[in-house]
Write a protein that binds this ligand. Sequence first.
Ligand code: ADP
Ligand code: ZN
Ligand code: MG
Length: 474
Amino acid sequence: MNYETVIGLEIHAELSTKTKAFCSCEYKFGGEVNTQCCPGCMGMPGTLPVLNKNVVEYALRMGLATDCEINKISKHDRKNYFYPDLAKGYQITQADIPICENGRVEFYHKGEKRIVRLTRIHIEEDTAKLLHDDSFKGTLLDFNRSGVPLIEIVSEPDLRSAEEAKDYLEAVRMLLMALNICNGQMQEGTIRCDVNVSVRPVGEKKFGTRVEMKNVNTFSGAMLAIEYESNRQINLLRAGKNFSQETRRWDENKNASVTMRTKEDAADYRYFHDTDLTPIVIDDEWLAEIKNSLPELPVAKFDRYRSMGISEAESWLLAENSDKAEFFEKCTRVGNFPAKTIAHWIFGAITARLNKSFVTIEKSPLTAENFCEILSMIEKGILNNDTGKIVLDEMFTNGGSPDEIVQKLSLVQVSDEEELKKLVEEVLKNNTQSIADYKNGKKNAFTFLVGQCMKASKGKANPQIINKLINELM
Ligand code: ADP
Ligand code: ZN
Ligand code: MG
């Protein structure tokens, strides 16, 4: 019998607000332990939480970007459980009335558009961090992360493979970053997920028994966890064994999941309204303001770039890189060059030159105006692609406008046939073997000869004329 895998994800994303969810502590990853906390976020009795308005705004940004219904009134609840990283004995979260419900995330999987429905997005707080110290075989607590705001993005069980889940995760990460509400740094644990997996015989409508895996910190880990768990379940079913719903822990070192707890239910957490906090009431005006401030979303951007004739790979790069996208957009306004040409330059020569100088495009000497000047000189035949790159390089190295650089380095493209003829004759005279090779059917001997001529001209020859002359003179 063949089985189908069914996956639903609960993604926890740390919000990049300046201060924590319910106190005024600032939080930055990597700070010295226990320096970014106060009695409030350490769970001292007698302290009272005050909700950070930016947390609500960030959650609403995500909710609006994923077409959620917004609950104009929502509230906070306590999820009660004991664990050393949760000093006050409960986590402030949202249970029966989350801030956002019934949304959808659009993404691409294998070149095709997919939709995953969102059950809900709610606000909650992060826990402290346990530090396991081998030097004395004990565990220490760092409260810096305690009370950092999270949104939990819960999907419907709409995913069907590990690869599809990874593409969805990547789309959510890109969305969070585009909305400027989460830094997306996986290695800092900013995005973590619980992976729910079940299997069912192909064609079966009813879902199988679900297993939830906690502690998945990377997207590749999520894929491994899904594959591992789905194989484990299929093998059990094939062997005629049943298994029950449980929570397992994904072990990244062993690449295996182990039982954490069985039969855990919402009732076990004894959720109840946290009356230390007032309900969250959202007025229409504020909501409209947030809606209007949303940027163009990555998938929409990607679709737009594709429709401009830019390749799939470069369209994604543009959708992901806001500074390069901004530069690209400016270029399309300054001049009338093909979008594809601009994108090629940005992700080819320009990116290479930026990397060489370790600068971003904004901090570089390059502007849409002076770059378009280079393109315009190429279009007019004053420069070719090679000398265009020399101009670009010189702008970074010694500065100056493209015009000045072309004069200074006397880079004007040579299109004079008489002058180039002498050069081609010389190259042909010195490469008789390549001519023979070409005549014997070796096509790349021709490309070699063109290259030699371009080199002899220090990149300044007009390549079309060189091509023509080699043909004629050979
Ligand atoms: P909780 O984890 O708090 O028990 P839910 O029961 O609502 O919450 O389920 C959480 C996640 O499990 C959701 O992402 C949902 O899509 C997923 N899920 C539910 N049923 C299944 C199933 N049979 N197979 C795979 N995932 C499932
Ligand atoms: Zn605090
Ligand atoms: Mg869960």
